[in-house]
Write a protein that binds this ligand. Structure first.
Ligand code: HEC
Length: 159
């Protein structure tokens, strides 16, 4: 009897947690959606700028690998945040000006995979940059570029 009650309150507790998580993940109408969109667009600008810094340095005959490593670490940090930038309700249906397609949410598992892939590829880029192997870093930068493209093709409106 005792055990049953404990189980029951545990189940209730879990159900409560789940509903709190769900409501926490949704954004309120209007201003909140716009805020989420401008925060993620600013985040992607950072991703774009740090990846450009990596590539610009790699184009030089003798890249400064310390500079590449610094930019790669910034890229990796922002890449790890991508999954938090897409609260439910921050798509075009909110009225906010966003290039995120509805598939971000309707195919949430596929989107999560694309974000996890970016994370894995940027982690590897940062690790290789720290080791200073220019050829390996150049190759890996191509993989990172492919991870951007895969996601944009499926989940971002073409310009
Ligand atoms: C998991 C999916 C995903 C990955 C991976 C991804 N992006 Fe994006 N990106 C998006 C989506 C969706 C948008 C549209 C955001 C919006 O308008 O709300 C976007 C927008 C952008 C923007 C435009 C930001 C603005 O000013 O509006 C840039 C720049 C960008 N991404 C660069 C990159 C680069 C560079 C990479 C790889 C290093 C990358 N993205 C990887 C999904 C992704």
């Amino acid at each position: 009897m005792m055990l049953r009650n404990t189980r029951r309150s545990l189940a209730l507790g879990l159900a409560l947690c789940a509903s709190l998580t769900l409501s926490g993940a949704a954004v309120a109408q209007g201003g909140a959606a716009e805020k989420a969109v401008s925060a993620r667009q600013a985040g992607f600008k950072q991703i774009g700028a740090s990846f450009k810094a990596v590539n610009d340095e790699l184009k030089r005959g003798k890249p400064d690998m310390a500079a590449v490593a610094t930019a790669a670490n910034r890229l990796k940090t922002h890449a790890g945040q991508v999954p938090t930038w897409f609260p439910r309700g921050s798509g075009v249906e909110s009225g906010a000006k966003t290039a995120a397609r509805a598939e971000v949410w309707s195919d949430a598992a596929g989107f999560a995979d694309a974000a996890a892939n970016l994370r894995a590829q940027t982690d590897r880029l940062a690790a290789l940059a720290a080791e200073g192997d220019v050829a390996a870093v150049r190759k890996q930068a191509t993989q990172v570029g492919a991870a951007c493209k895969t996601c944009h093709t499926k989940y971002r409106e073409a310009d």
